[in-house]
Design a protein around this ligand. Structure first.
Ligand code: IPE
Ligand code: IPE
Ligand code: MG
Length: 243
């Protein structure tokens, strides 16, 4: 692991979650189509993955398509489905070589093309024993849908009401092994969660940047980690400074 200036290697966040936002605006500003912005986001994503590996981050989760993104024009949705499928094909070997384990969270409903589901399964299978970092792609993901799906599974499992705790709910989320994010980064100057990881973000530090996603590079990730390391996390207590 290379030392990155200004970052304390002993306090690197274990889990970084990112809302990759601003592709459409990036493209529109340049007189391009919105879909060109999505395409330009690929370099941002894989440079960020490299940066996360450099820092020794163990979990990286990115929001690629929300349960609300189906509202977009059919051409854009179709582009995103095909584009994500081709990314998986083109990048899976590279992820595997870097010992990255790929996972997906989200609903696998009829709207997600079968071919894309097949690529997801292939990427998960290929990389399942990798240990350096878990790279999770939230696709057709919604935080509320995730909680609804967890409740359904809990009921189906016949767990009695008085046995349900926060831990039970955690165990029935899409990936029970995934730790809560330490930090959530959102690009493009929007200050909202947009239905991302609602349960998991309860105590995450939030970092917002004006950078549009296609312009994001590992240096921006490093800056967000420095910002994170300057924060004092209290989890409802009184922290280290007081008392
Ligand atoms: C994020 O960029 C990518 C997806 C939501 C799929 P946007 O497409 O939301 O870009 P803006 O927010 O319109 O600029
Ligand atoms: C959140 O971005 C979803 C993804 C980045 C995949 P949106 O662009 O869809 O969010 P809103 O509509 O601005 O809240
Ligand atoms: Mg957006």
């Amino acid at each position: 692991m290379a030392a990155v200036p200004g970052i304390d290697p002993s306090r690197v966040p274990a889990h970084v979650a990112i809302v990759m936002d601003g592709n459409g605006r990036w493209a529109t500003k340049r007189g391009l189509r919105r879909t060109d912005g999505h395409a330009a986001g690929e370099e941002a994503l894989f440079d960020t993955v490299e940066g996360a590996l450099e820092l020794g981050i163990k979990w990286l989760t990115v929001y690629a398509f929300s349960t609300e993104n189906w509202k977009r024009p059919p051409d854009e949705v179709r582009f995103l489905m095909g584009f994500n499928e081709s990314i998986l094909l083109r990048r899976r070997d590279e992820m595997h070589e870097r010992d990255v384990r790929m996972r997906f969270i989200g609903r696998r409903d009829w709207r997600v093309p079968r071919r894309l589901i097949k690529r997801m399964d292939e990427a998960v299978e290929l990389t399942r024993n990798n240990r350096t970092m878990t790279f999770t792609i939230a696709f057709n993901y919604g935080g509320r849908a995730e909680i609804v799906d967890a409740v359904r599974k809990i009921v189906e499992a016949g767990i009695p009401a008085n046995k349900i705790t926060e831990r039970t709910i955690r165990q029935f989320l899409y990936d029970p092994e995934m730790p809560d994010p330490d930090v959530m980064i959102r690009t493009s100057g929007e200050f909202r969660i947009s239905n991302y990881l609602l349960w998991e973000l309860a105590y995450s530090e939030l970092v917002f940047t004006d950078t549009l996603w296609p312009d994001f590079r590992r240096e921006h990730l490093f800056a967000a980690v420095r910002d994170y390391q300057s924060r004092e996390r209290r989890f409802g207590g009184i922290g280290n400074d007081v008392g």
